[in-house]
Design a protein around this ligand. Structure first.
Ligand code: GUE
Length: 299
């Protein structure tokens, strides 16, 4: 039988851990964890995600601050806001929603966030700590951290002897995901658009992670029987069967056919997506505990 992972359920258990750690930190030290989310412009999808993040932060008991800046915000204005949040002792986590409007350069903004407040794990200091295997000291990008919770709940903490294939090599997901799997002793292959015979590479995977941004690209004959398949894709595609002009979300994995071959599989929606938000909360309480000199919870 194939296990379909319920991401909402696992995310809820992460949130419970965050809530109790938040309560304990506040009662023991008087410090309330604070998360600032910054959004520039009026992309509707980004606003939906940001509202979900702010709502969840409140539910966790955090101080939740949202800064909504107009489309025409300058590089200097955005940099000034980040500097202000860096200096604000009530803020432990800073997230600048991406992508930024085209006239703004995101890289200098991300690199100006204090690494200890970089709850997106995108600062080079955090990427470097992960790359050198220092998992205790830094902050890990939320989506790979969430995917890794699924992997640990399936195979445990030690992936010795298991082959993992990650399709995708972005700084946001593919690279940190490969680094996390490697740190857990998996034998890791990072595949991408230039990989030769991708299907054959994937068939070797005990853990197959797809993050390419191509709707339903991974087919059943790419999956090793009994393997774990983690789908990180979020693709909005037309759904004429639901009515004219309607759309739906699909992943990078052809779910129905792959579910027949896989041992464990994550759906889209309801898989990795809810974990991304939960791990943002996890990173915020980790950052707040460290700044207060307390041992952070494990996720
Ligand atoms: N600095 C930054 N950090 C991010 O982490 C970040 C970002 N920018 N920009 C945009 C992407 C996207 N993202 C998602 C979070 C949750 C779901 C999620 O919960 N998805 C639901 C479905 C949501 C729906 O129905 O539209 C699911 O997969 O079940 C999806 C996508 C975080 N992002």
């Amino acid at each position: 039988m194939t296990t379909v992972i319920d991401g909402k359920d696992v995310a809820a258990s992460v949130i419970e851990t965050v809530k109790s750690a938040t309560g304990a930190l506040e009662s023991e030290t008087g410090v309330r964890a604070g998360l600032a989310v910054v959004i520039v412009g009026d992309d509707p999808a980004s606003h939906t995600y940001v509202s979900a993040k702010s709502r969840m932060a409140k539910e966790c008991g955090f101080l939740s601050v949202q800064h909504t800046l107009p489309e025409e915000t300058s590089q200097e204005e955005l940099a000034a806001l980040v500097a202000e949040l860096n200096a604000d002792p009530s803020i432990h986590g800073i997230l600048v929603q991406l992508p930024l409007p085209k006239h703004l350069r995101s890289e200098p903004i991300i690199q100006s966030i204090l690494p200890e407040k970089d709850v997106d794990g995108l600062h080079v200091v955090n990427a470097g700590k992960l790359a050198t295997g220092d998992l205790e000291g830094g902050l890990v990008s939320c989506t790979p951290a969430g995917a890794m919770v699924f992997v640990r709940r399936t195979y445990g903490d030690d992936l010795s002897g298991l082959n993992a294939v990650v399709i995708g090599r972005s700084n946001l997901f593919g690279k940190p995901m490969s680094a996390l799997l490697l740190a857990a002793n998996a034998t890791v292959t990072t595949a991408h658009s230039r990989t030769k015979d991708l299907a054959a590479v994937c068939r070797n995977a005990d853990i197959l992670v797809a993050a390419v941004g191509r709707p339903e690209m991974v087919k059943a004959d790419w999956v090793k029987p009994g393997a774990m398949v983690v789908d990180v894709g979020i693709n909005r595609v037309p759904a004429p069967e639901r009515g004219e002009g309607r759309t739906k979300l699909v992943g990078d994995v052809a779910f129905d056919e792959c579910a027949k071959v896989a041992g464990v599989i994550t759906p889209v929606p309801g898989g990795v997506g809810p974990m991304t938000i939960a791990m943002l909360m996890a990173n915020t309480i980790i950052a707040a505990c460290r700044m207060a000199g307390r041992k952070p919870p494990k996720f």
